[in-house]
Design a protein around this ligand. Sequence first.
Ligand SMILES: *Cc1c(COP(=O)(O)O)cnc(C)c1O
Length: 410
Amino acid sequence: MAYLNDNYLKLRAGYLFPEIARRVKAFCEANPEPAKRLIRCGIGDVTEPLPEAVRVAMHKAVDELGSRESFRGYGPEQGYDFLRHTIAENDYRAHGIDVADDEIFVSDGSKCDCGNILDILGGDNRIAVMDPVYPVYVDTNVMAGHTGEADASGAYGGLLYLPCTEANGFVADVPSERADVVYLCFPNNPTGSVATRAQLEAWVAYALKNRSLLLFDAAYEAYISEPGIPHSIYEIPGARECAIEFRSFSKNGGFTGTRCAFTVVPKTLMAQTKSGEFHALHPLWNRRMSTKFNGVSYVVQRGAEALYSPEGKAQVADLITHYMGNAAVLRKAATDAGLNVWGGVNAPYLWVRTPGGATSWEMFDRMLTEANVVITPGSGFGSAGEGYFRISAFNSRAAVEEVAVRLARL
Ligand SMILES: *Cc1c(COP(=O)(O)O)cnc(C)c1O
């Protein structure tokens, strides 16, 4: 007899994106002509091609593998030194942030890292998430057995949900209760909000006081446009003692299909054993990666390294300028249409209040049938997302300009 992991049966079976796909398909089948006009602003995937600097570096790396002298087999599980050094130097030390090369762990994605990190954490932690939230944080905890069942609103027992509302500018305040592990994502998916330095200082102070661990997802760091907004949790003194940071090349370098990301685990970061002793997490994560992972391919790591070359940096800047130009077009169009809009300034997502008190799904259907535009219903990210929808700026300029025209007619 083989037993399965019962926790998987608690999952609200991937409700959001399959339901969007089902409604879009039904609409397209029933309305073949309007279906041709359909514009997708739903899923958070990039649309623009891989930067040239990356492609050149990857071609060169492929050729290296083609000769016996420069062939490479298994690489270091933690990532090649050339990439770990380049990341630590450019993303951290160049900004006065103390991060060592061997505190960088290169991986095949932040989504994977956010889930895998639970391997090195105990099963009895009280977990806090923002609401609305990137579903990966919640579902991986469900799978690991860290929650109870979901209630009618989709909220799982045992998790501490921190509502992000208009009143708090979609950045939850530190709670009065203790949480052992807190997921923070800034710039935020789905709301596009960013945390100020003072807000992150409050989170670090909370974590140090409660000996909690902050899991800081900075996948959209490159989209921060306003000065003074921290790009890394390690800009906050004390964060090396309480935070892990996740970063990805998916959204800055267009690596969503190429796959490369990294996680920073400071050697000064400790957590407690059941018997109350403090141990560093760094050796545990190193062991986890060495045992369960065989590294990102050499070709891809050379591609990621090229994002930090002068040409690579300029090409990333062009990509960000393109997507944030889209965000500005969408923001103006939505605002001119009388909608209340947040985000889209330091993130490629706009968070919009549904007009006339419509539910998120009612607005989804309206946008689909009247404007032939696919958006993401806010309620799919958590119950505090009800009454909002997310528009993604990942698109061509022409498509976004057409969305703007349709918003004006709505
Ligand atoms: C896109 C995204 C990531 C990046 O995931 P990858 O697996 O690196 O592609 C991480 N966190 C959030 C919130 C995201 O939206």
